[in-house]
Design a protein around this ligand. Structure first.
Ligand code: G6P
Length: 611
């Protein structure tokens, strides 16, 4: 949520900042800005997307080998030019970009107002910029020390970078609760919210941890804690190829990522799934598996699509492992008094590993003695680091705001965890274990088969492009698939969509059904097939228009439906990984046909680092 990029080195900074902002735009895109320093500080900012900023600065003189940039997802203050970052301090000499929320900003602001400070924006970030200057003046100290002192007084979350006219070769960065990474090149440094804008230049990175600050001065990096203890930067090698964050021949990142799923799932299983042995090698949780097998219960915390993956996992963890599972919205879990303690396991699922509510839920459960297993995609992300152990999904960078390959790879990991656990607990026999591994191994191929229906799904999308509402129904393992399908449609195409367990339809949603209401059923062959047929009949009796996802060769549901999408046969516990694919494609095409910005849907952001 909000993207930060900063550069200092031998090159002109503007092209690097601009490209960095483009690569970070999925984090927020309601306004963008840059500050360049070439003797004098120059700040340019504009409401709208990064392309609006680019047009705005086209005729300006954009020189300077040091600079900072920001793309915003608004929290305090409307998305307009004034509220865009960088925010400039009172002297006009200090510019600051910030990701996060300063919770005590109104108290700080009131103090500053009393002292005569004037504010040009409604942001908490401007408060911080003025406050740092005020602290420097009061303490007559260096800017670095002023930043440190000011941050000890700040409540909230931040990742920030500061550029000052008084220190022309210096960037000061700090982090608490929002991600930040430094890239170390040849005579140049990059500071960014994630590695996407850095990977084109260097593979040497340092992840800043919470309560740490970094100073890059005259091409030297030094780090310290906010308690003023010097730290040695831990340089790591970045394992990411540039093409993984580029669209290639695809029109949108989302479409690229939908089509990447067979590869992403294979990458996720590589080195872990050994069908012939048969065995599962889950190194990340090896030392916890005995304890996990004795767990009283497993609690899953997540948000958005990751929460839907958790719901599917609840079904197969309970079915195969016979352990009670609760799936919690992280945002709810953290604000009630959950009964959780030593002996309990919490699975935190998060693509980004940075979602503020999931991270807070993890911290809470950890403080209460639970063991935390992280299932994240982004390596070295906050949740991955906060967890006691974990497994990466290895899906590669997911740039499209609507999550696709993260979901299917999360399910892959969760299924492997469930089977490993079931094997340990003796709740599945050897034959079943082997069969389930075999099924899992065929998923990439099955996804490839479904992807061949791309054009067919596009035609269905055309038929429904003007629908004002849409209902998604499924039972058992396919109920979370219905939720995920509905989420994809509403976030991308702005069509109101609801996902429901099909049997619950008669307790409410059935009142909405008429000839204008498309109803998407996932009616693949499983133990509830017969029941869902009755639900389709109920919709048809009320003249609803039905799209069904069925197993190849289906005879009954297909006859009832107006539109049919076939998927290959699959064990029902793994069907969500297959059945979700046409729903991703349907939402994608509906959005494209309706002229929506698929990769940057309005009001959303990829990584939600605020509560
Ligand atoms: C945002 C994204 C969703 C994602 C959710 C949870 O809402 O737009 O695609 O599912 O956050 O994100 P996480 O990174 O924790 O999986």
């Amino acid at each position: 949520m909000c993207g930060i990029i900063a550069y200092t080195g031998r090159q002109e900074s503007y092209p690097i900042l601009l490209q960095g902002l483009q690569r970070l735009e999925y984090r927020g895109y309601d306004s963008a800005g840059i500050a360049l320093l070439d003797g004098q500080l120059k700040v340019y900012k504009k409401a709208g997307k990064v392309s609006d900023l680019e047009n705005f600065v086209a005729s300006k003189q954009l020189t300077g080998r040091i600079g900072i940039g920001h793309t915003r997802w608004a929290t305090h203050g409307a998305p307009n030019d004034a509220n865009a970052h960088p925010q400039v301090a009172y002297s006009g000499k200090l510019a600051l970009v910030h990701n996060g929320i300063i919770e005590n900003y109104s108290t700080l602001k009131q103090d500053l107002l009393n002292k005569g400070y004037v504010f040009k924006s409604e942001t908490d970030t401007e408060v911080l910029a003025h406050f740092i200057e005020e602290v420097q003046q009061q303490n007559q100290c260096t800017l670095e020390e002023a930043v440190r002192l000011a941050l000890t007084k700040v409540v909230g979350a931040y990742a920030l970078v500061i550029l000052s006219e008084d220190l022309p070769n210096t960037l000061i960065a700090a982090r608490k609760g929002s991600p930040m990474v430094i890239g170390i090149g040849h005579d140049e440094f990059f500071v960014a919210s994630d590695t996407a804008p850095i990977v084109a230049y260097t593979d040497q990175v340092v992840f800043i941890s919470d309560h740490e600050m970094a100073v890059i001065q005259d091409n030297q990096l030094s780090m310290k804690s906010l308690e003023d203890v010097p730290l040695t930067p831990a340089i790591q090698k970045l394992d990411m190829a540039l093409e993984t964050i580029e669209k290639g021949s695809f029109t949108h990142f989302m479409l690229k990522e939908i089509f990447e799923q067979p590869k992403a799932i294979r990458d996720c299983m590589r080195g872990r799934l050994e069908v012939d042995s048969p065995n599962l090698v889950l190194g990340g949780i090896r030392s916890h598996i005995d304890k996990l097998a004795r767990a009283h219960k497993i609690t899953i915390v997540a948000c958005g699509t990751s929460w839907h993956a958790g719901l599917v996992a609840e079904y197969f963890l309970e079915e195969f492992c016979r352990i009670p599972v609760e799936v919690e919205y992280a945002s709810e879990f953290r604000y009630r008094k959950p009964v959780i303690g030593a002996g309990d396991f919490v699975l935190a699922i998060s693509q980004s590993g940075e979602t503020a509510d999931t991270l807070a839920a993890v911290e809470l459960a950890k403080a209460q003695g639970a063991t935390i297993l992280g299932i994240c995609n982004v390596v070295e992300s906050s949740i991955a680091r906060a967890a006691h152990a974990g497994i990466y999904t290895h899906a590669g960078p997911e740039v499209g705001v609507a999550s696709t390959k993260a979901f299917t790879t999360q399910l892959t990991v969760l299924f492997m965890v469930a089977l490993k656990l079931a094997q340990h607990r003796g709740t599945v026999d050897a034959t079943t274990f082997y069969k389930l591994l075999q099924h899992l191994a065929t998923i990439p191929e099955a996804v490839e088969t479904v992807l061949q229906q791309h054009d067919h799904v596009k035609q269905i999308a055309q038929a429904f492009q003007d629908a004002p509402n849409c209902l998604y129904l499924g039972r058992g393992y396919n109920f979370p698939v219905a939720l995920e399908g509905a989420l994809k449609l509403k976030e991308l195409s702005y069509i109101h969509a609801e996902g429901y367990p099909a049997a619950e339809m008669k307790h409410g949603p059935i009142a909405l059904i008429d000839e204008a209401m498309p109803v998407v059923f996932t009616a693949t062959q499983d133990r509830s097939y017969g029941k869902i047929i009755s639900n389709i009949e109920e919709v048809k009796a009320r003249r609803g228009r039905v799209i069904v996802i069925v197993t190849e060769g289906d005879k009954v549901a297909s006859k009832l439906a107006d539109y049919v999408i076939e998927v290959p046969p699959m064990h029902e516990a793994l069907m969500p990984m297959i059945a979700v694919i046409p729903l991703q494609l349907l939402a994608y095409h509906m959005a494209v046909i309706r002229g929506c910005d698929v990769d940057r849907p309005r009001n959303l952001a990829k990584s939600v680092t605020v509560e």
